[in-house]
Design a protein. Sequence first.
Length: 173
Amino acid sequence: MHDEARPAARLTVLTGPSEAGRAAVIRLVRARSPWVRMPVLVTTRRRRDHEVDGVHYRFVDEAAYDRLVEEQGLLESASIRHHRYGTPRRPVETWLAAGEPVLLSIDPRGAELVTLAHPDARVVLLLAPSDAVTAGDGIAAAIINHAAGRAADELVGLLGSPFLTPARPPRGG
């Protein structure tokens, strides 16, 4: 892809309840849009056998995590099941400053914290088919995950790829 064909730098946050299928959609978006940057999250959780430090997560101890929080090195931080997870600030801001689009996949509370640091972030709500959609409240778009592939297509369209499907599929299609 030529540089002039890339979308303007934008921070997009995919959020929604855990059962909405964010992980499956993100895997497809990464495969279809390798030019979109995603930071490796930081966690205090113990590394599982199949995980690689710096690829799946950046694994740190409690003291290192505390330093990141103290130094404002995280855009958002959450405690989940006795472990902490956070989005590192530096790579996100570096990529945005370089004009590269960034995608985060985080829970709704984390999305709210990110928008405090980056009010221009576009928040996209991913919902399970059984969820009701409510417009507004800082949500730029809502995607109902009937099928991960279609949801990924919609998100790629929102990210600005001129080569893949639009944000909303054509009616009747």
